[in-house]
Ligand binder design. Structure first.
Ligand code: HAM
Length: 423
């Protein structure tokens, strides 16, 4: 876990505000769920790897609870208990901190932030396409470049394995290995559980990957011939990708037939976002049609995505080392020339703030010349100098720190000028 200093905190909040803007544009309403939930709920479908990394403890009431490692379980709980009668679709947005006892390394923290979107109540491919589209829109807004979507479909691999009679527990084990790219180990487990035809099909699938997705889909289709569920999963993936093309989303997509994610609730299309040169995902998501039912709700299809704010921040800073969040408004310092006008300077500050202008009051008791040189170092754009002589006429001196121009104006005039800069 780490402290975010002002520059980082500002960047984090900037990405968060862009994420909230995307939620507004796509009609997602925010929900705020607790940081702590029952362990069983969070652990149910999170997958072995993530389950081991949860912060679990017993509270004073003897309940086994954990810090949330993601939002999806909490949102599914909320929908299955309190929102079941809401008209569908339900679009929900969440943002905040999550906790996983990951090994600390580049871009891997134990406390991190996500912008999370869930679209609940429809199994149609428009849903999957919308999740890809809003992820793409958010990444564009953060000024990230050259990112790409790695896309797969859980229904292809699980379809084959269930037709082979491999139990769900064993399927989960295999999927965990594939998530870690341990192809050979996965095949070794399956040797005892599935037919030679199945192993051959999987070997072929693990090699299929590429950016020309219509060709990749063709290869996948021929590879899974005879496996009914897997074939319809390939069709579903093709329909989703076709929709993204028809909608001119211009997604940079790499389809990987053997792609799996560690979370166990996925049932359909899955994806992760990457940038070249960074081998950690900036975001991930997919379709999960059975989670809400598992938590006691009616069968309710859904899909969603979580974008990792910390990692987006890292990637943007790598691509644009000098990037600063766009400043909203200006920075004004109100500076009394002596002790006698201190109170008056505070009053002037308040009057400017009432007009919506960001004002910092001088609190260090510095001389005017020291305060001015300090102000330019700190990026103050304007200084209002409050002196007894000008005050007698109800005026102050307004100094533009960049042009070094100074003029004597009334407080209202100063506010008018500064207000113009502020928008
Ligand atoms: P996830 O892939 O576990 O998916 O996490 C999503 C993103 O959170 C990752 O791609 C990454 O950017 C960020 N993240 C995860 N762990 C860390 C960490 N230790 N340090 C920094 N960033 C991290 C989910 O959480 C699913 N709930 C996504 C979802 C929503 N699926 C459907 N709806």
């Amino acid at each position: 876990m780490r402290d975010l200093l002002p520059r980082e905190a500002e960047h984090m909040r900037f990405i968060e505000s862009e994420a909230r803007e995307i939620a507004r544009l796509y009609g997602y309403q925010e929900v705020i769920t607790p940081l702590i939930e029952h362990y069983e709920l969070l652990a149910a479908k999170i997958g072995e790897e993530n389950r081991k990394r949860m912060y679990v403890f017993e509270d004073l009431g003897g309940r086994r609870v954990a810090l949330r490692p993601e939002f999806t379980a909490s949102v599914a709980r909320l929908v299955s208990t309190r929102m079941m009668t809401e008209p569908k679709p339900i679009r929900l947005f969440s943002t905040g901190s999550l906790y996983r006892y990951d090994e600390p390394q580049f871009g891997r923290y134990r406390e991190f932030w996500q912008a999370n979107y869930e679209l609940i109540g429809s199994s149609r491919p428009e849903v999957d396409a919308e999740i890809l589209s809003l992820s793409n829109d958010l990444l564009k807004k953060t000024l990230l470049e050259e990112y790409y979507f790695k896309v797969g479909h859980v229904g292809v691999l699980r379809g084959i394995l269930s037709e082979e009679g491999v139990s769900e527990t064993e399927q989960n084990r295999v999927m965990q290995m594939l998530d870690k790219k341990m192809w050979e180990e996965a095949l070794r487990i399956l040797k005892k559980l599935a037919s030679e035809r199945c192993l051959e099909t999987l070997r072929r699938l693990f090699k299929i990957s590429g950016g020309e997705w219509s060709n990749i889909i063709k290869e996948m289709r021929t590879s899974v011939e005879g496996y009914e569920k897997a074939s319809s999963a390939v069709e579903n993936l093709e329909t989703i990708l076709n929709l993204t093309s028809e909608a001119k989303m211009n997604l940079n997509v790499i389809v990987e037939a053997g792609f799996a994610r560690g979370l166990e609730y996925y049932t359909g299309m899955i994806f992760e976002v990457y940038v070249p040169g960074m081998d950690i995902a900036l975001g991930g998501g997919g379709r999960y049609d059975r989670l809400i039912e598992l938590f006691g709700g009616e069968p309710t299809p859904a899909a969603g995505v979580a974008l990792g704010i910390d990692r987006i921040m890292l990637a943007v800073r790598r691509q644009h080392p000098n990037w600063k969040p766009p400043r909203r408004g200006i920075r004004v310092l109100v500076l009394p020339v002596n002790e006698e006008v201190r109170g008056k300077a505070l009053e002037v500050s308040s009057r400017l703030r009432e007009r919506g202008i960001t004002v910092e009051a001088e609190v260090m008791g510095r001389t005017v010349s020291r305060a001015l040189s300090d102000a330019s170092k700190r990026g103050i754009s304007h200084v209002i100098i409050v002196g007894p002589k000008e005050l007698k006429e109800g005026k102050v001196a307004l100094r533009d720190m960049e042009s070094k121009e100074q003029k004597t104006v009334t407080i209202d005039e100063a506010a008018d000028i500064l207000e113009n800069y502020a928008v």
